[in-house]
Design a protein around this ligand. Structure first.
Ligand SMILES: [Zn+2]
Length: 75
């Protein structure tokens, strides 16, 4: 199912919208502004960074280089 991300130009709220056919969101779910535009990438990454670094990458739970749960080669 095509779920697109949109961002409101008025309040910068990002929201996802399930697009059925040609139906698009006509207003912001937060402030009702109609100045919404589709994003091509997730904007959640931008707004989450305010805490700085994450405290701990829990060991072995996420390896981006391979699918192993415990990877000494690329950890
Ligand atoms: Zn808005």
């Amino acid at each position: 199912m095509p779920i697109y991300e949109y961002q409101c130009k008025a309040c910068n709220t990002c929201f996802e919208f399930l697009v059925l056919g040609n139906k698009e969101p006509d207003c912001c779910p937060s402030c009702r502004s109609k100045k919404v535009s589709r994003l091509m990438s997730a904007c959640g990454f931008v707004s989450k960074g305010k805490g700085g670094e994450t405290v701990s990458k829990s060991a072995g739970s996420s390896c981006t280089g391979c699918s192993a749960t415990s990877c000494a080669g690329c950890g």
